[in-house]
Ligand binder design. Structure first.
Ligand code: NZQ
Ligand code: ZN
Length: 381
């Protein structure tokens, strides 16, 4: 096991009816800006619950943080927050609203342009405290300090380090209104978050391996049931907590991490508009195919413990584990090949160019450069 520091300060408030707790969690003397997406919260009752809980607070609302939040929209939110002198933020939405709010928070204390903060975290002067009401299990953003922001002008999408939410409210009932495709993308995102922190080398930590495998097994068990009945509270509760636990640092303690699939996926989203989870379902099986030798021992462990593959020669077992992974994504209704999403060779060449330009070196061995990324993309064409 490698040395590590671990601290996660976010308070989780979980369960039916818990949005009402906003009333007590946010101090009454705060000037709160509530941030929203495109309006789903108005039709599923979340907005009504939030405004009821905060009826004694001073609030201002900012609407319109889009999927894959753009700096162009967030500049407007920062301007409004400065004008209204807000000193507390509440993000109500999925990963995009939460990530966007993670840029608004330092943006309110910064004089320059917010995109500078995405490109260079050293410019961050501090953070306005913020909390979240999560409506879409997927990103783990409700309990981590990362955020991913896009620039429409340059067709770029970059991750940056922000701060943790003070608290996050997770009521599984709010997921009942999710479109099935968003559920599928959320399951894929959660699955690949675990894989990025687990599918590296064997023998670093028995505990991390088994926690990671526990989340994967849970997803494999609940995914077909959720497809049958998305209104089942206990199923959605397990999904919601799995997504949070997949990317809040708990399963990453003392182990190597990969993240090459995410970096390639962000380019597909930036250049082609593909939804985040959908990009991962295509790239991840291809990453396993291309790096099967380097990751071979761990693929065998994964195959045995997650998919019950105990028979056959090494190479056959590895093949089967990769096939099961791709079939899992297909079973939840996602594409696993680029042509199905009409991504062409031009996009692949542009990703190669961008990776080369920034001397990209991703993955646990820092060997996923432009050429390897291209190999991965060609393997899922
Ligand atoms: O905008 P509204 O109208 O609310 O609709 C949203 C949006 O259109 C809708 N939605 C959300 N909750 C709903 C709902 N519809 C009905 N009922 C509900 N309860 O779902 C659509 C997608 O929402 P979005 O927030 O974009 O999805 P997600 O949570 O998957 O977030 C994706 C973003 O997070 C980033 C991704 O790159 C992407 O930009 N990620 C953030 C990470 C992090 N901060 O740690 C890690 C991830 O790897 C990921 O990169
Ligand atoms: Zn992700």
């Amino acid at each position: 096991m490698n040395n590590f520091n671990f601290q996660n300060p976010t308070k989780l408030i979980f369960g039916k009816g818990m949005i009402a707790q906003l009333a007590n969690e946010i101090p009454l003397d705060k000037r709160v800006m509530i941030t929203f997406g495109g309006g789903s919260v108005k039709t599923n009752g979340v907005y009504a619950q939030v405004t009821e809980a905060l009826k004694k607070h001073h609030t201002v609302e900012f609407w319109g943080i889009e999927p894959n939040p753009t700096v162009e929209t967030l500049r407007k939110a920062i301007a409004l927050g400065k004008k209204e002198k807000v000193d507390y933020l509440l993000a109500v939405g999925g990963g995009s609203v939460i990530d966007g709010t993670k840029l608004i928070s330092p943006g309110l204390l910064y004089e320059g342009d917010a995109w500078n903060l995405v490109l260079d975290g050293k410019l961050i002067n501090g953070f306005v405290p913020f909390a979240t009401v999560l409506t879409l299990p997927a990103t783990g953003s409700e309990m981590n300090n990362g955020a991913v922001i896009s620039s429409t002008a340059t067709k770029e999408k970059f991750a940056f380090g922000s701060t943790f939410p003070t608290f996050s409210i997770l009521d599984p009932e709010v997921t009942f209104s999710l479109p099935p495709r968003q559920v599928a993308c959320g399951i894929a995102d959660t699955f690949v978050h675990v894989m990025e922190q687990y599918m590296t080398v064997t023998g670093q930590s028995r505990l991390m391996d088994r926690w990671a495998e526990g989340v994967l097994q849970t997803l494999v068990e609940i995914a077909p049931k959720i497809k049958e009945n998305q209104q089942d509270y206990d199923l959605m509760a397990d999904f919601m907590l799995s997504a949070t636990m997949a990317l809040n640092g708990f399963i990453a303690q003392g182990v190597s991490q990969d993240w090459a699939t995410h970096m390639i996926g962000h380019e597909l989203t930036a250049l082609h508009g593909l939804t985040h989870g959908a990009s991962l379902a295509i790239i991840y099986p291809a990453t396993l195919r291309v790096l099967r030798e380097q990751k071979g021992d761990k693929i065998l462990q994964y195959g045995e413990r997650v998919w019950g593959i105990t028979e056959g020669f090494r190479e056959q077992r590895i093949d089967l584990a990769i096939e099961k992974t791709e079939n899992f994504f297909r079973s939840i209704g996602l594409s696993t090949r680029l042509h199905e999403e009409k991504v062409s060779n031009d996009t692949i060449d542009e990703i190669l160019r961008r990776f080369n330009q920034r001397s990209a070196a991703y993955g646990e061995n820092r060997n996923v450069n432009g050429a390897v990324a291209k190999e991965i993309l060609m393997s899922c064409l």
